[in-house]
Design a protein around this ligand. Structure first.
Ligand code: CP3
Length: 343
């Protein structure tokens, strides 16, 4: 087994495993080159040869302990028949789904596989090419986060459009969540069958919901997805990332069906160490901004993170994705530091 799998299965390990959210991304010149060759971002996601190449780039360069499939959470919406585009400098743009007629058109969770077959192909290629001790993380967006893009047609700070829709059109909203839950189950099962060793669920906009809503529309659909998949694939570990949910992280840590709770950089680390770590293996929470700073500033922060989390199993990661302006020498410093850390 690998260090990463041993750690998240609760076995004793001598140091925390390390990987980064968005580790294959624009901060790497080799990613920018391959991306150019692919054409658009979506072309890159659906080209299994090139998607395999960019997944491997950060593994080859830095020696991370886990690889994450190169794809995007919005592909599943594309596969459901929604028009999805990534516009340079603007992020994702989609045709919004709002009324019963639009919802009916995307009610086809069983038919997503043809469009997504290149992603499954990428998983298979990666399993052949990755070093044996580097497991592959498959992933999907949580239904709520997918719904925010679907309802609003683009990302929106605070997700207010989707939140109002949740309140004002609750029946339609629940129908959307159900469709996205079913499609995600289908999608993740195929990733597992193709060879993914671990699954991560990203609920990046969970923090836009109030506490009751988080439980109902972030936690519940995630619970349904993980529980259903674990019935068929009980040994696949799940990482859940409900970003920015504040003290509701505590509710998530009480849930038994998943394995690792990924935490953002906004939580107080001492609070995490006292309230979350005794109940759940955690992953996080270095603020990605420190990767843009001087070595000295980064080093001080690294010392704090590893000191605060040292008493329980822990996967080193960022509190959110690495940004395009991260310095390569800082990533090297972090990997080197963590590989020399003794727990
Ligand atoms: O290395 C990896 O982490 C694997 C690949 C991966 C990407 N996106 C590639 C990507 C993963 C796991 C994601 C998840 C994702 N995608 C999330 C959840 C995690 C998070 O960041 O909160 C979300 C919300 C998305 C949706 C998305 N994709 C947005 C909003 C954007 C535009 C913003 C941006 O950073 O440009 C993307 C584009 C995207 N997805 C890029 C990458 C490498 C940048 C695209 C480019 O090359 O221009």
């Amino acid at each position: 087994m690998s260090l990463f799998l041993e750690c998240i299965n609760g076995q004793p390990v001598e140091r925390p495993p390390i990987w980064f959210m968005r580790q294959a991304g624009r901060y790497l010149s080799e990613y920018r080159n391959t991306r150019k060759r692919a054409g658009s971002f979506l072309d890159l996601c659906y080209n299994s040869e090139l998607a395999t190449e960019v997944t491997l780039q950060p593994i080859d360069r830095f020696g991370f302990d886990a690889a994450i499939l190169f794809a995007d959470i919005l592909l599943v919406l594309d596969a459901l028949g929604v028009n999805v585009q990534f516009v340079e400098g603007q992020g994702p743009l989609l045709d919004p789904v709002k009324n019963k007629k639009d919802i009916e058109k995307i009610n086809n969770a069983g038919q997503i596989h043809e469009k997504l077959s290149p992603v499954y192909e990428t998983v298979k290629k990666l399993k052949k090419q990755l070093p044996k001790d580097v497991p592959l993380i498959g992933f999907a967006g949580a239904p709520w986060t997918l719904a925010t893009y679907l309802i609003n047609g683009k990302g929106e700070q605070g997700s207010l459009t989707a939140k109002k829709f949740l309140i004002e059109n609750n029946e339609e909203f629940e129908e959307i969540i159900n469709i996205l839950t079913d499609a995600t189950i289908e999608y993740l099962i195929m990733q597992i069958k193709s060879g993914a060793d671990v699954i991560k669920i990203f609920d990046s906009w969970a923090g836009a919901l109030n506490a009751d809503m988080v439980l109902r529309y972030s936690l519940n659909p995630i619970k349904k997805i993980v529980s259903k998949i674990k019935k068929k694939h009980p040994s696949i570990p799940f990482i859940v990332f409900p970003r920015s949910v504040n003290t509701i992280y505590s509710n998530f840590s009480n849930e038994e069906y998943f394995d690792v709770l990924a935490v953002d950089q906004f939580l107080d680390r001492k609070w995490i160490a006292n309230n979350i770590q005794p109940k759940k293996i955690i992953q996080g929470n270095l603020d990605p901004i420190f990767l843009t700073q001087s070595k000295e500033v980064l080093f001080e922060e690294l010392k704090k993170v590893t000191e605060d989390f040292k008493n329980y199993p822990y996967v080193f990661n960022l509190g959110h994705g690495i940004t395009p302006d991260a310095k390569l020498e800082n990533v090297e410093l972090v990997v080197d530091y963590i590989k020399r850390t003794k727990f």
